[in-house]
Design a protein around this ligand. Structure first.
Ligand SMILES: Nc1ncnc2c1ncn2[C@@H]1O[C@H](COP(=O)(O)OP(=O)(O)OP(=O)(O)O)[C@@H](O)[C@H]1O
Ligand SMILES: CC(C)(CO)[C@@H](O)C(=O)[O-]
Ligand code: BAL
Length: 282
């Protein structure tokens, strides 16, 4: 595996792959790799000739009071893990390499970015689209891999790719969980022992809501039961807990048959997200 830190070095690797007629699978990450990321890389490995991963904690998607500075980082460990799953090229740029100037030109995410995580993380998805579009230009991938854990991110990136004709395919991978159901996340390291014990209640609450909804088709009741579960089982604070249509992220209507049930919960100071996506009739 080659580790490159500059755009010039990366472009060389990309050109080499293109000239050889090889397909490129891109796995964008913020590092501190876990099994979720490795599943993305494994899937990319199966579907492409060359697998490239980016590790970049992107400052433009963090709000002023968020955890950009404290976000966990361990490039040495990440390199070993990425190598172990067959990543060919790892791109780990500095902030200055990615954003040498503030050109004053930004991408603005649309309607899908105003709700769920976008409501409490103002400007977050603008920053995500800024870096993702840049990564797409740099890597020229045939396929790019995203986790369904960030379901809203997937929906918004898919909209950008479609509306702005990026010549690549977005591939998604289901949520990888701990044995007790907690979705794997780099931010799980922030949890205290007690908070870690409480955190599986997040996924349990989503399952309760899904079952209630499938049994009685009653969104309010489903949300009520899930909320109660989180409130009794954790000391956490719910940021949102919502049913929407997926991937368009609109309120559930009679004709909706593809659902996103998504939540963000503060367990102590740590904001964790999780979701379930499911189909009904049709
Ligand atoms: N548990 C998981 N299962 C599947 N994909 C995941 C999982 N966790 C993260 N991903 C995906 O990995 C990619 C990189 O995510 P990121 O580096 O932000 O990791 P993370 O663990 O989600 O971190 P965070 O603590 O910011 O939530 C994203 O496409 C994300 O959806
Ligand atoms: C896609 C991404 C790597 C962009 O910084 C990030 O939002 C993430 O890790 O999901
Ligand atoms: N996986 C989403 C990246 C973030 O929380 O900023």
């Amino acid at each position: 595996m080659e580790v490159v830190k500059t755009i010039a070095e990366l472009k060389e690797r990309v050109q080499k792959a293109k000239v050889a007629g090889k397909t490129i699978g891109l796995v964008p990450t913020m590092g501190f790799l876990h099994e979720g990321h490795l599943t993305l890389a494994n899937t990319a490995r199966q579907e492409n000739d060359v697998v490239m991963m980016s590790i970049f904690v992107n400052p433009t998607q963090f709000g002023p009071n968020e955890d950009f500075k404290s976000y966990p980082r361990d490039l040495e460990r990440d390199c070993k893990l990425a190598k172990s799953v067959g990543v060919d090229v790892l791109f780990a740029p500095t902030v200055e390499e990615m954003y040498p100037t503030d050109g004053g030109i930004y991408i603005r995410a649309g309607r899908q970015s105003k709700i769920l995580c976008g409501a409490s993380r103002q400007g977050h998805f603008d920053g995500v689209l800024q870096v993702v579009s840049k990564l797409f230009h740099l890597f020229e991938p045939d396929r790019a891999y995203f986790g369904q854990k960030d379901a809203q991110q997937v929906a918004i990136v898919q909209t950008m790719v479609r509306d702005y004709n990026f010549p690549l395919e977005i591939r998604t991978v289901p949520i990888v969980r701990e044995e007790d159901g907690l979705a794997k996340s780099s931010r799980n390291v922030y949890l205290t022992e007690q908070e870690r014990k409480e955190a599986p209640a997040i996924y349990e609450s989503l399952q309760i809501a899904k079952e209630e909804f499938l049994a009685n088709n009653d969104v309010s009741k489903a949300i009520e039961l899930a909320t109660k579960h989180i409130e009794t089982k954790t000391s956490g604070k719910i940021d949102y807990l919502e049913f929407l249509s997926y991937p368009d992220l609109k309120p559930v209507a009679d004709e909706t048959n593809h659902f996103l049930l998504a939540t963000a919960v503060y367990i102590g100071k740590t904001r964790l997200i999780d979701n379930i996506i499911f189909h009904t009739k049709g």
